[in-house]
Design a protein around this ligand. Structure first.
Ligand SMILES: [Zn+2]
Ligand SMILES: [Zn+2]
Length: 244
């Protein structure tokens, strides 16, 4: 099963990272719709898509406006957005208001159920996270594999049971170690608590994403120190393809 990290930055895009969106093209399953959502149409492999939103902060929803031509041309027959009600309301009332983006693309809006059926026999469940305004973390279990996507959350290990035993954990680490106070204040994570949770929860592989776009250097999270805690850790890059 292939998962593509279309955008791996937080807050705003920079020269190497667009903001959050990840896609499983064979399944028509997409998580978040940040600026990297413009990369979705050329990768479509299904007639229907499910778009699951963690929350309504701009770096996770602005790309919903980029899908209008695809929907008008009929390149997909249906596109359904799933999230909690407050996120759906924010998208419907604010992003697609007359003043901001006056044409409402032909999306279906659905409150995310406790368990959502996805392609190939998968079941998507969610977890309410600590973040200003709230956010949802996600887990998908198929009969033979699993993954979880937790972004925009302050990791304290409370998601440990939720992610237990997943083959692949994609988790935000907006800030490097040393920024714990600021991470707590803004509802984001630093890598050490995430690696500790991955180890404790027995996940197979950890990929850190949603990096602060102002971080500099090619190893902003100091990966070798994180790998001392949990060796199977990588830092996401835009367009990284993951087979799991
Ligand atoms: Zn974000
Ligand atoms: Zn956020």
């Amino acid at each position: 099963m292939k998962l593509i990290l279309l955008g791996t930055g937080g807050y705003h895009p920079n020269n190497v990272r667009h903001t959050a969106c990840l896609m499983l093209p064979e399944l028509g399953l997409i998580f978040d719709a940040g600026t990297s959502f413009f990369r979705v149409p050329e990768r479509l492999q299904t007639d229907e898509v499910q778009i699951v939103l963690s929350h309504a902060h701009l770096d996770h929803i602005c790309g919903l406006t980029f899908f209008l031509p695809t929907l008008i041309k009929g390149d997909v027959s249906s596109a359904t957005i799933y999230s909690d009600d407050k996120t759906l309301n924010a998208v419907g009332q604010h992003l697609f208001s007359d003043e901001i983006f006056p044409i409402l693309p032909d999306y279906n809006f659905e409150t995310i159920p406790e368990s959502l059926e996805v392609a190939q026999g998968g079941r998507l469940t969610h977890f309410v996270q600590e973040h200003p305004g709230g956010s949802l973390g996600f887990r998908v279990d198929w009969p033979d594999r699993s993954f979880a996507y937790l972004t925009d959350t302050h990791c304290t290990g409370t998601a440990s049971e939720f992610v237990r035993g997943v083959d692949l954990l994609i988790h935000e680490s907006n800030f490097p170690d040393g920024y714990e106070e600021f991470a707590k204040k803004t509802g984001h994570s630093t890598p050490t608590p995430v690696a500790n949770m991955a180890k404790e929860a027995g996940v197979g592989r950890l990929i850190l994403t949603h990096l602060d776009p102002t971080l500099e250097g090619n190893d902003p999270l100091n990966l070798s120190t994180i790998c001392e805690i949990f060796p199977h850790t990588e830092v996401a890059t835009d367009l990284m393809e993951i087979e799991f």
